[in-house]
Design a binder for this molecule. Structure first.
Ligand code: SAM
Length: 410
């Protein structure tokens, strides 16, 4: 039986599973933990970029949950430490969101993440149309950071739920790591951009999304954008020799994430995840910018500081995203849309290279959010990176490979 494929233009055609070619690792990719296990063979399915596909449940692969791991999804070898990560040698590393960027900075410099999230809106609206209407309808926004990119998806889902159930109690809970500064989110909720309306309550909850954050079977809808590339920890030095450890950590974390969401969702509840992924060869689409960042770090940080700044990020292929799905949490739809490029498009319109370089640098600083980089490299890092972007503007285009999943709880 072929899977049903739907193009972005809405055309439907029959397809069949395509074998993935063995993944080749792009030169220099493992620097930021994006290393890949090249022994991986054969994707279950692959969509051509820009095509959407309706899926069918994929059987749980046996043995994907680590032995003895609680249903909570917290993998046994992955102690959660908020934003502090430990190397196998036990050294602390800074993780995402450790209060490195000032209040509101992320919200002003995250248009690429906003544009990426927008690629999941239609699926999130469809999910809001399909979820059962019963009791309190609770919506979770996982990994909200400063909340700037959370208002629109929440507004869209709430509008549909309100149309479907005019008297229902609607609740939104935004979550992020305990080190997150939730104050910019509170400001947004109190201001003109807020989605709040009568009969809608909003709250926040701090904790890692690699464990359940809500009571069992309590959520109707889950939204998560631009966050699942952060692993729970740095599993090994960022070196191709350790590719298998990075691959395994990403597998365990994604399994834990899926298990946790299956635990939290009501029967019939749905989730939409917009993730920064990789094509079937493991290419993220941002290799150029990543090497510029890497070279700049090498200039401003000493070797020990660079080792401390190993970032626990990993970009999964479609095969890896789909691996832990099964009847319990089944695939409804998957998209691999082209990444919108707001900064590049603006530059093409205005020809203002300086403004383009400023935006790319601010985007990098906001997305990395590394206290160490801020302390040690500071302005020097930003200026040197800016020079690189000015010299090679096209190479700095972060054309992330996006994956959007819509999943339903049995
Ligand atoms: C690039 S921001 C995305 C923010 C927002 N969702 C958006 O689309 O703009 C990534 C967020 O993921 C959060 N994050 C990383 N690891 C996490 C974890 N284990 N649990 C919860 N949140 C995590 C970070 O703290 C950060 O706020």
């Amino acid at each position: 039986m072929g899977a049903l494929f739907r193009t972005v233009q809405g055309r439907v055609r029959n397809g069949r599973p395509i074998q993935d070619s063995p993944r080749t690792r792009p030169k220099g990719a493992p620097y930021s933990g994006q290393s890949r296990n090249t022994s991986e063979r054969g994707a279950l399915f692959r969509t051509v970029r820009g095509h959407a596909r309706k899926g069918r449940p994929i059987q749980d692969s046996p043995g994907t949950r680590p032995k003895g791991a609680p249903y909570s999804g917290q993998s046994t070898d992955t102690p959660e430490r908020g934003a502090l990560f430990k190397t196998p040698e036990g050294k602390s590393l800074s993780g995402p969101n450790a209060l490195a960027v000032k209040k509101g900075f992320y919200n002003r410099h995250s248009q690429p993440q906003a544009a990426a999230a927008a690629q999941g809106f239609a699926l999130f609206e469809q999910a809001a149309r399909e979820v059962p209407l019963e009791g309190v309808m609770q919506v979770a926004d996982l990994a909200c950071f400063h909340g700037g990119n959370s208002m629109e998806p929440m507004r869209r889902a709430l509008t549909i739920l309100r149309e479907r159930a005019s008297n229902a109690f609607l609740e939104v809970t935004h979550t992020d790591l305990p080190t997150n500064d939730f104050n910019p989110l509170f400001d947004l909720l109190a201001g003109p951009e807020s989605y709040l309306q009568p009969g809608v309550l909003a709250s926040v909850r701090a904790g890692s999304f690699y464990q359940p954050l809500f009571r069992p079977a309590s959520l109707s809808l889950i939204w998560c954008s631009a966050a699942t590339h952060w692993l729970s920890r740095v599993p090994a030095p960022a070196n191709p020799m350790y590719a298998a450890q990075w691959y395994e950590q990403a597998r365990l974390d994604w399994q834990a994430w899926i298990d946790s969401r299956a635990y939290e969702l009501k029967s019939g509840g749905q989730l939409v995840m917009v993730g920064s992924g990789a094509d079937s060869f493991g290419r993220t689409g941002a290799e150029g910018l990543v090497s510029m960042v890497r070279e700049t770090m090498a200039e401003v940080l000493g070797p020990r500081q660079r080792a401390r700044l190993a970032l626990p990020t990993y970009h999964r292929t479609l095969r890896e995203w789909l691996a832990p799905l099964g009847p319990r949490l089944a695939l409804k739809e998957v998209l691999e849309p082209p990444m919108p490029e707001p900064y590049w498009d603006e530059y093409q319109k205005t020809g203002d290279l300086e403004a383009y370089a400023d935006r790319v640098v601010s985007f990098v600083v906001a997305a990395l959010n590394q206290p160490l980089l801020k302390r040690q490299g500071g302005k020097d890092f930003e200026q040197r990176l800016r020079q690189r972007v000015l010299a090679h503007p096209e190479l700095a285009r972060p054309r992330w490979w996006l994956t959007v999943l819509r999943l339903v709880r049995a």
